[in-house]
Design a protein. Structure first.
Length: 64
């Protein structure tokens, strides 16, 4: 997990919501927009941070 702790644009903390967002969207199949609304993430810049994030740590780890 290498989600940024803060939004690059506004500086709000978004990293603390990643685990719940990932669990609810992937495992439970909930709509990402509804999950973000429920978590209280209303700014589009903060929503972008969570929706567009991909975990690359497994891909990059062998090259360290």
């Amino acid at each position: 997990m290498m989600i940024p702790v803060r939004c690059f644009t506004c500086g709000n903390v978004v990293g603390e919501h990643w685990e719940e967002f990932k669990a609810r969207t992937e495992e439970n199949g909930e709509d990402p927009a509804a999950v973000l609304d429920d978590l209280g993430i209303t700014r589009h810049c903060c929503r972008r941070m969570l929706v567009s994030h991909t975990d690359l740590v497994d891909v990059v780890a062998p090259y360290q």
